[in-house]
Design a protein around this ligand. Structure first.
Ligand SMILES: [Zn+2]
Length: 166
């Protein structure tokens, strides 16, 4: 019942309504966490507030809803019969924004990965994981060198920004 929700539950509920912490995102996070990866979630300091941020691998992941992000050829992205123009316009804008965000993040030195909501299963998550850990680059040395290169916008972030306990 609504009146028995704690403030925390309520805010979680609101977050779900706004599209944050939706089930597909949680499935991806849970899998990556079970593989030993640690990350931040919905980092609003980065363009597009990536769903998952892995500073150690300099990688961000977006879990894209098929409808809102226009997954071509996917049955989940079929437009409603009414107001087709409206939806088409809206989704085109979303895709344009996704593209801009990707470019911005890459310019900041991030590796950007996307996974479609409909494609989340054991196999695709394994592939995603392999891509993350197979990414050449930062590795263990990252944390100790980031103070010197000044290139990380995350370095100064307080621990509260972490989505999961370390
Ligand atoms: Zn899809």
């Amino acid at each position: 019942m609504a009146d028995r929700m704690t403030p925390q539950q309520r805010s979680r509920c609101m977050a779900a309504i706004k599209g944050k912490d939706t089930r597909p995102e949680i499935a991806v996070r849970r899998f990556l966490y079970s593989q030993g990866l640690r990350f931040r979630v919905n980092n609003r300091r980065l363009p597009g507030s990536p769903d998952i941020v892995l500073p150690r691998y300099r990688t961000v992941i977006f879990v894209d809803g098929c409808f809102w992000h226009g997954h071509e050829g996917c049955r989940h992205s079929r437009l409603p019969e009414s107001n087709r123009e409206y939806w088409l316009h809206k989704i085109t804008l979303n895709r344009a924004r996704d593209y801009r965000v990707d470019v911005e993040l890459r310019q900041m030195g991030w590796i950007v990965m996307h996974i479609w909501e409909c494609e989340i299963d054991e196999t695709s998550l394994q592939i995603l994981y392999q891509r993350i850990v197979g990414t050449p680059g930062i590795g263990e040395g990252y944390a100790s060198t980031s103070d010197n290169d000044g290139g990380s916008s995350l370095a100064a972030e307080p621990p509260e920004a972490y989505g999961l306990p370390y």
